[in-house]
Design a binder for this molecule. Structure first.
Ligand SMILES: Cc1cc2nc3c(=O)[nH]c(=O)nc-3n(C[C@H](O)[C@H](O)[C@H](O)COP(=O)(O)OP(=O)(O)OC[C@H]3O[C@@H](n4cnc5c(N)ncnc54)[C@H](O)[C@@H]3O)c2cc1C
Length: 478
């Protein structure tokens, strides 16, 4: 069967049976066309907003498959979408009639405990990394849901439970192997293609297909102190300022976040929070658990919690605690985030009002604390666009029924605009943003945009990798 694929210019091209068969003969992973069994299952991504139909899913088994796929794209001028863990909020990893270069079968993780280095294939999830690294009592700072992909999260920055102690995920990258638009496999590090290496630490998926990441790891756990107190949302007017005051004096070992959410009636949670709107104060202490127990105690003492889930826990368990709240392909999601340089009363007022007025129980108003190690690097040390945030306010809209999409998206935008208009707000976190701005989604790169555009021109002059927060390969200042 001839496969119809979208070209870069928006037109269509027919790739014949013979060409697909030739690719198949070389390819180790499956090439999945719309006529193949398993196609519908293979095209599902995390965010149900993106029920899209790629023209060809090239499920790579290694760098050689990625090179062949990129070469086909160049030869036929194809539009390509790159999928790592498939969690991208903006849905860029899939597109109708595009060729999806799918790394979801490339999930190997190798740990070098002596050097504290972890090598991770480009389609691995954080659960894969934690599983292997914790064997040696090590961790790479990743995200807070274990099914999230390493690739997208790292390329966009990466924050989780360890970022205040050990920095963003991208700050811990020591090298990456990447297939660039001309089909070349390069290694980028401080000493090899250093400009490309700089760009990969915050510049998103603009520069090619990363087949492997090499990270610096840190001793963490295996037991860490976890704090999570669930208060009635109606008490948040008192709890939220108390949490803010507490976070202002914290050591970097503590990474904390607060959020408005609603808890379903599930045996996984204490009955006291079933079907309740809650305000959660959460934290992890990256150090000795006993010390952590002392430092995190106030988390549960800002008022009277409905439930207190705090306690020493295996780090891997902490990393998976939220997974069940985010099942693959079931909710529709639209998230927008704002960086705030301080959590003034004006910001708290919006957070509180919007937190109490969420349109769907699965929607979160989520406030992670930043600072600590994130701010020990300068703004031009990596491509990550804004390190000035003391906190992020992330408005994470999630709902189930497509008929509710318009109302939910509008609510998220309105809430976002309210925070964004405040004097301490500015800049966004790429990974928590469904769409960014009228500048084509590039505001998250801040002052680093010009340099990124030059690197883009060097490594992807035709803008083959454009399904992302796209940096156009031109000098944007000219
Ligand atoms: C439930 C959930 C929880 C999350 N929690 C966190 C969190 O704790 N911290 C945080 O920082 N973020 C978090 N995020 C946001 C997350 O970091 C981004 O959505 C990220 O893009 C996901 O990466 P992925 O590889 O899974 O996604 P994908 O959708 O596969 O990829 C996203 C984009 O990254 C690029 N890309 C993917 N793989 C590659 C590759 N191998 N080479 C080159 N480019 C590639 C592509 O441009 C792609 O469109 C969360 C998202 C969800 C849905």
């Amino acid at each position: 069967m001839t496969v119809r694929l979208r070209r870069l210019d928006g037109g269509e091209t027919a790739v014949t049976d013979e060409r697909i068969d030739a690719l198949r003969a070389a390819f180790h992973g499956p090439l999945i066309t719309p006529d193949d069994p398993g196609y519908d299952e293979s095209r599902v991504v995390h965010n149900a907003m993106f029920d899209r139909h790629p023209g060809l899913i090239a499920r790579c088994s290694g760098a050689a498959d990625v090179i062949d796929a990129v070469n086909l794209a160049r030869e036929r001028d194809l539009l390509v979408a790159v999928r790592g863990g498939g969690h991208g909020i903006a849905g860029h990893c899939t597109y109708d009639e595009a060729m999806m270069i799918d790394l979801s079968a490339m999930r190997g993780v190798w740990v070098n405990p002596a050097e504290r280095l972890v090598r991770v294939q480009g389609g691995a999830t954080w659960g894969d990394v934690d599983r292997e690294a914790q064997v040696f009592g090590l961790a790479v700072p990743g995200g807070v849901v274990s099914t999230t992909g390493v690739a997208g999260l790292t390329l966009g920055g990466g924050l989780g439970w360890l970022h205040r102690k050990y920095g963003l995920t991208c700050d811990n990258l020591v090298a990456a192997e990447i297939v660039t638009a001309d089909g070349t496999l390069l290694r980028a590090s401080e000493t090899e293609h250093p400009e490309l290496f700089w760009a990969l630490r915050g510049g998103g998926g603009n520069f090619g297909v990363v087949t492997a990441f090499e990270f610096r790891a840190h001793p963490v756990g295996p037991i860490v102190m976890y704090g999570a107190a669930m208060y009635a949302a109606s008490d948040a007017e008192e709890i939220l300022p108390a949490w803010r005051a507490w976070t202002e004096g914290l050591p970097d070992e503590v990474t904390s976040r607060a959020m408005f959410w609603s808890m379903p009636a599930t045996p996984l949670l204490p009955p006291e929070v079933h079907d309740r709107d809650v305000f959660i104060t959460g934290a992890v202490y990256a150090g000795l658990p006993d010390e952590g127990a002392r430092i995190l105690r106030p988390i549960s003492e800002f008022g009277t919690p409905l439930a207190d889930l705090s306690g020493p826990k295996p780090f891997r368990e902490v990393q998976r605690l939220l997974d069940w709240m985010f099942p693959k392909g079931q909710s529709l999601s639209y998230w927008k985030s704002v960086n705030v340089r301080e959590l003034g009363d004006d910001v708290l007022d919006v957070v509180l009002r919007r937190g109490l007025d969420r349109p769907h129980p699965s929607t979160l108003v989520h406030v992670p604390q930043m600072g600590g190690a994130v701010q020990r690097l300068g703004i031009h040390d990596t491509a990550f666009g804004d390190r000035s945030a003391a906190y992020i306010v992330s408005i994470d809209g999630n709902w189930i029924d497509a008929a509710d999409t318009e109302a939910n998206v509008r609510w998220v935008r309105d809430a976002f605009n309210e925070v964004n208009d405040l004097p301490s707000a500015g800049g966004a976190y790429l990974n928590f943003s469904a769409d960014l701005d009228s500048a084509g989604g590039t505001s998250a790169f801040g002052d680093n945009l010009d340099r990124l555009a030059q690197i883009k021109r060097d490594f992807d002059p035709e803008n083959r990798f454009r399904l992302n927060n796209n940096i156009r390969p031109i000098d944007v200042s000219s």
